[in-house]
Design a protein around this ligand. Structure first.
Ligand code: 13P
Length: 287
C-alpha cells in the first residue's frame, strides 16, 4: 500500500523504533526492498534522490513502477515513496507525479529562506496528503553530487522548522553520507537530546545510516530518531556480490550472462542488508 510516511513514523516514535528509508536505483533495488519489507512485516520508505530519479527515466516512471510492483507482488505492508534531498523544484515535481512523501532540503539556504520555502512545500504537499521532511544543519559527505559539510543543527532553528507542521525533521548531528572516515567524532548525542526536547513528538530522521555503529543507532532511536536512511551500504553489497559472480567466471558458464542470473547475487545481497537493518531498527512486525 502506497501511503504517506506520517502514520508509520508517528507509530515508530511512540513505539521507540525506526523505519528504514532505503534508496532505490532500479527495478532490482525496488523489488528487493519491497519483498524484504513484506517478508518481515515491516513498514518501509523507498528513497529516491533527484539523480536516481533522472537515472530511472523520471518521476512518472518511478511512480508507475512502484505502484505496479506493490500490486503485482501483493505488498500489503505500508510503503512510502519519498523524494530524498529534494530541491524546491524537485519537491514540486514529485508532488505532481504522485509520490506519497517528500523531503525538501533547504539546509543550504539562510534559515529565513529555508522556513519560507519549507512552508510553501508543506502547504502544497499536505493539500494532497503527502508527508514532508525538512532539514536543518547540512548532512556531511557527498550523495549524488550533493555535497554537505556536516554541521550540527542549531536546536532553536529545528524548533522554528518543526513549528511549520513538517512531518519529520532531518537534523545534522555529525552524520555524513557514504562511508565514515577513520577519525570520525561520532554522533553528537547532546545536540540530538536538545533537539528532541524542543521538537517533542516530531519524528527525527538520521541520514547517513551506512556505517554507524549499532550502539549509536540504538541510542539515537532512544533519543527520538524514528527514520534512518540507508543508501551506500546496499550499493556496496550489491557491487561486491556482482564482482564475486563475475570473478568466479559464472557469467561465462551456460547462460550465466542472462541478466536475471547476473544480477541475482546482488539482489539477494540487498535483501540481506535490508533485513539486517530492519531488525536493528526494530521495525520487524510493526506493519
Ligand atoms: P548513506 O549513503 O550513508 O547510507 O546515507 C543515505 C542517506 O542519508 C540518504 O539520504
Amino acid at each position: 500500500m502506497l501511503v504517506s510516511a506520517k502514520e508509520m513514523l508517528t507509530k515508530a516514535k511512540e513505539g521507540k523504533y525506526a523505519v528504514g528509508q532505503f534508496n532505490i536505483n532500479n527495478l532490482e533495488w525496488t523489488k528487493a526492498v519491497l519483498i524484504t519489507a513484506q517478508e518481515n512485516n515491516s513498514p518501509v520508505i523507498l528513497g529516491v534522490s533527484e539523480g536516481a530519479g533522472k537515472y530511472m527515466g523520471g518521476y512518472d516512471t518511478i511512480v508507475g513502477m512502484v505502484k505496479g510492483m506493490i500490486k503485482d507482488l501483493k505488498i500489503t505492508v505500508p510503503v512510502a515513496l519519498h523524494l530524498d534531498h529534494g530541491s524546491y523544484d524537485g519537491a514540486k515535481k514529485v508532488i505532481e507525479a504522485g509520490f506519497s512523501s517528500v523531503m525538501f532540503d533547504g539546509s543550504h539556504y539562510p534559515i529565513d529562506e529555508n522556513i519560507e520555502k519549507t512552508k510553501e512545500i508543506v502547504s502544497l504537499a499536505h493539500a494532497k496528503g503527502i508527508s514532508v521532511e525538512a532539514e536543518v544543519g547540512s548532512i556531511g559527505g557527498e550523495e549524488d553530487g550533493v555535497v554537505g559539510k556536516g554541521e550540527v543543527a542549531d536546536p532553536k532553528e529545528c524548533k522554528l522548522i518543526a513549528n511549520l507542521g513538517v512531518d519529520m525533521l532531518a537534523a545534522g548531528i555529525g552524520n555524513i553520507h557514504g562511508k565514515y572516515p577513520e577519525n570520525w567524532a561520532g554522533l553528537a548525542f547532546d545536540a540530538l537530546e536538545e533537539i528532541q526536547k524542543l521538537t517533542g513528538t516530531l519524528p527525527l530522521v538520521l541520514h547517513g545510516g551506512t556505517g554507524i555503529p549499532e550502539e549509536m543507532v540504538k541510542k539515537s532511536i532512544s533519543l527520538g530518531v524514528s527514520k534512518i536512511n540507508v543508501n551506500t551500504e546496499c550499493q556496496v553489497v550489491f557491487a561486491a556480490a556482482t564482482r564475486k559472480y563475475i570473478e568466479e567466471g559464472k557469467d561465462l558458464k551456460g547462460k550465466g550472462f542472462d541478466p536475471r542470473k547476473l544480477l541475482a547475487p546482488g539482489f539477494e545481497a540487498i535483501k540481506q542488508t535490508v533485513k539486517e537493518k530492519m531488525e536493528l531498527f526494530g521495525s520487524v512486525n510493526k506493519a
